[in-house]
Design a protein around this ligand. Structure first.
Ligand code: ADP
Ligand code: MG
Length: 267
């Protein structure tokens, strides 16, 4: 049976989408048939992965999660191929307008619906990663109810720990009421900067407040090359080929995939 992992955090800009994208690529190259559900209406994952598609048209609106939630399609029918063999992607299926985002959120309101439509598609994938929007709103809530595990990226900057309690409270509530099985796979320290003492302080604080098994050993360093994954026009596959020899970020994500595989996927 496959596994479902949400990438979630209260705060935006901490590396959720970068994590979803890189884990998706790392696991697909480890021969996991992997689906990334881009549940963020901003669509960062899809924006990156679609660049490598032939005949890609940014104005082409696809059916996505919204349509699956409305009962118009199964997720496996709308999952699109990417330039990576074993990697598939589903987007929200909406334009990023206020009205559409509201409709999408409403569609996720029915508690457990997202879980149901994802479960229906599990037989087709070994691993499903859900890239959540920032915050603990309806979409994130639905994703957490659907998930076996959550990865919580935490940017190594002052005060970042302050944003954790809200998500943790929500996780406890979800575990009590609607998804007893959910586990924190780990807090993931991102954008770690060896030259900045704050990074070290934050990392020490995380280890003071949380048991070691709740914090990933893998640290994601600050690596400007990672930013290129969703900017520019080069396909992600081409770009990875170019930066692989020197990117400490890519290397760290590969180690993270290995850590997750060893800890959770080989049970
Ligand atoms: P989120 O999905 O949590 O909003 P993103 O993954 O979109 O966060 O990252 C926010 C910004 O930080 C993006 O511009 C991204 O390219 C950049 N970024 C993410 N991770 C790293 C990293 N390890 N090193 C450098 N820049 C990063
Ligand atoms: Mg994001």
């Amino acid at each position: 049976m496959g596994h479902i992992i949400s990438i979630a955090s209260q705060k935006g800009g901490v590396g959720k989408t970068t994590t979803a994208l890189n884990l998706g690529i790392a696991f697909s190259s480890r021969q996991y048939r992997t689906l990334i559900i881009d549940a963020d209406p901003q669509g960062g994952v899809v924006f990156s992965l679609d660049r490598g598609r032939q005949h890609y048209d940014a104005n082409d609106h696809h059916r996505g999660l919204y349509h699956a939630l409305c009962g118009e399609a199964e997720i496996n029918e709308i999952a699109r191929t990417t330039e990576f063999d074993q990697l598939f992607v589903v987007d929200c299926g909406i334009a990023n307008s206020v009205i559409d985002v509201q409709a999408f959120e409403e569609a996720t309101r029915a508690s457990g619906l997202l879980r149901e439509i994802i479960q229906n598609t599990m037989q087709y994938f070994d691993l499903i990663l859900i890239d959540c929007p920032p915050g603990v709103g309806l979409i994130t809530n639905g994703a957490l109810i659907a998930s076996d595990y959550v990865v919580i990226p935490l940017q190594s900057e002052p005060l970042s720990l302050r944003t954790l309690p809200q998500l943790l409270r929500q996780l406890i509530e979800i575990k009590k009421t609607s998804n007893h099985a959910i586990e924190i796979a780990g807090i993931l320290i991102t954008m770690f900067d060896t030259l900045n003492p704050v990074s070290k302080t934050v990392t020490e604080q995380v280890h003071t407040y949380f048991n070691d098994d709740l914090v990933f050993q893998s640290l994601i360093p600050r690596d400007p090359q990672l930013h290129r994954l969703y900017s520019g026009s080069m396909s992600v596959k081409e770009l990875i080929k170019e930066i692989e020899p020197t990117s400490i970020g890519l290397q760290a994500y590969d180690e993270l995939a290995e850590e997750i595989e060893k800890k959770f996927l080989r049970k």
